[in-house]
Design a binder for this molecule. Structure first.
Ligand code: SF4
Ligand code: SF4
Length: 429
């Protein structure tokens, strides 16, 4: 057992109101400069939706024309490459247009501009889908101005077929805040030919050395979450740094500190380094979540603590791991899940999936996985947070629902369901 410490974050999606405060405060601190105009280390997407950069979840698109054969990178037959890919012998790179428009927000304009009838207005772009359909696109387009077409398209592209045959009246919407996941098996680190990207020994934060980066850009398509950006001014890669200068001074990240919904929890997880490789290679994608949980170790276990001390993890970090809400949410209660675990980078940012709105009042003894009247279809949530495994998400939702019932019963005296997924005593303790 080789124990390492990892700074992690849990986001409770039921509480996100899509205000974008996190994106703006992050932007003002880290990417409000030339060459970084289009970058959002933190962005908030409307889901279902096309995302930022557009279609970032479409992994086939980014691997594009290249495949590894006999240890060599070759062009797949019939592959279509973007201009950047042809120039740099790369998998497909997102281009500036894939991120929509760069940052133009200016407080002076806001304060001094004359009143207009229609402002502000986001201009839609056209996107031609593989089915040759034209849909409108822009960041958060589905939320702000869309007619639902692109949201329906997004669900359809996920091949959910009749599971989710979306009609206009049952469209749903939710927000997904995204930062770099500071993965345990980071693809960006593996892809960098210069060795410029590294995972910090002490806290697991993944950083790009600006001195070491030679601008190869292999990290950008390699990251399945598209959370590495290219600075056109410095010709270097940049990414979310988990606000490490703040962490080193005992402060949370800017996005967590300024979150209006108070939905971000930060904490320390202890994990077993020896199990990382095996977990990433779990053959059944629906089981990867369980493999990731296996790596996360109990910070109260004396054997784990002894192994952690042997690795030089300081006492205040061990205390932080023990007190951490992140450990409880991730491992003890298993209500926080990784985004797209099937990408196998073992992401360390976790999400409590949204429970609401459910269309029917939860009745005693109704077991949620059997309930078909969830507003956000279980299959859709499972595709995002359960690597397709609906049981993983259903159990998390059931526990959240139980937690809600227990809390309500404490004030109303309502009868509790006979079957609770959630251990009331653990929660009350
Ligand atoms: Fe690297 Fe992407 Fe994982 Fe961040 S999310 S550590 S950029 S692979
Ligand atoms: Fe959501 Fe918080 Fe960001 Fe607002 S600040 S969009 S509530 S994560």
């Amino acid at each position: 057992m080789k124990i390492k410490a990892q700074i992690s974050m849990v986001m409770n999606l039921d509480k996100c109101i899509g205000c974008h405060t996190c994106s703006i405060t992050c932007k003002n601190v880290w990417t409000n400069r030339e060459g970084a105009e289009y970058m959002y280390f933190n962005n908030v997407e409307t889901k279902p939706g096309i995302g930022y950069p557009k279609r970032w979840e479409d992994q086939d698109k980014w691997q594009g024309g290249w495949e590894l054969k006999n240890g060599k990178l070759r062009l797949r037959s019939g592959a279509k490459l973007t201009r950047m890919a042809k120039l740099f012998y790369h998998p497909n790179q997102p281009e500036l247009d894939d991120y929509y428009e760069p940052w133009t927000y200016d407080y002076e304009t806001l304060i001094n501009s004359k009143r207009k009838n229609h402002q502000p207005i986001a201009r839609p772009r056209s996107l031609i889908t593989q089915q040759r359909m034209e849909i409108k696109w822009g960041p958060n387009w589905e939320d702000d101005l869309a007619d639902g077409q692109s949201a329906r398209q997004d669900v359809n592209l996920r091949n959910m077929g009749s599971d989710i045959a979306l009609e206009f009246h049952d469209l749903f919407m939710k927000y997904l805040p995204r930062v770099c996941n500071h993965c345990l098996n980071p693809a960006c680190v593996a892809a960098c030919p210069s060795g410029a990207i590294y995972k910090r020994e002490e806290d697991g934060v993944v950083l790009v050395s600006q001195d070491g980066c030679r601008g190869w850009r292999h990290c950008i398509p390699a990251c399945p979450y598209k959370k590495v950006y290219f600075n056109w001014k410095t010709n270097k890669a940049e990414k979310c740094i988990f606000c490490f200068p703040r962490l080193e001074n005992g402060l949370p990240t800017v996005c967590a500190d300024t979150c209006v919904g108070r939905l971000r929890y930060m904490g320390v997880l202890l994990y077993d380094m020896d199990k990382v490789k095996e977990a990433a290679a779990t053959p059944d994608k629906g089981q990867i979540y369980h493999s990731v949980l296996d790596i996360i170790m109990d910070p109260h276990d004396p054997e784990v603590l002894a192994a952690a001390r042997k690795e030089g993890i300081p006492e205040n970090w061990l205390k932080a791991a023990q007190d951490s809400p992140v450990y409880k949410l991730v491992k003890e209660w298993q209500v926080a899940l990784p985004l797209h675990a099937e990408y196998r980078t073992l992401p360390m940012v976790w999400y409590v999936p949204p429970l609401s709105p459910i269309t029917r009042r939860a009745e005693a003894d109704v077991y949620l996985p059997e309930a078909t009247d969830m507003r956000i279809p279980l299959a859709y949530l499972a595709e995002l947070f359960g690597a397709g495994n609906t049981q993983v998400v259903a159990r998390a939702l059931q526990r959240l629902l139980d937690m809600r019932l227990v809390m309500r019963a404490q004030t109303t005296g309502d009868r509790l369901p006979a079957r609770l997924e959630f251990d009331v005593e653990t929660y009350q303790a």
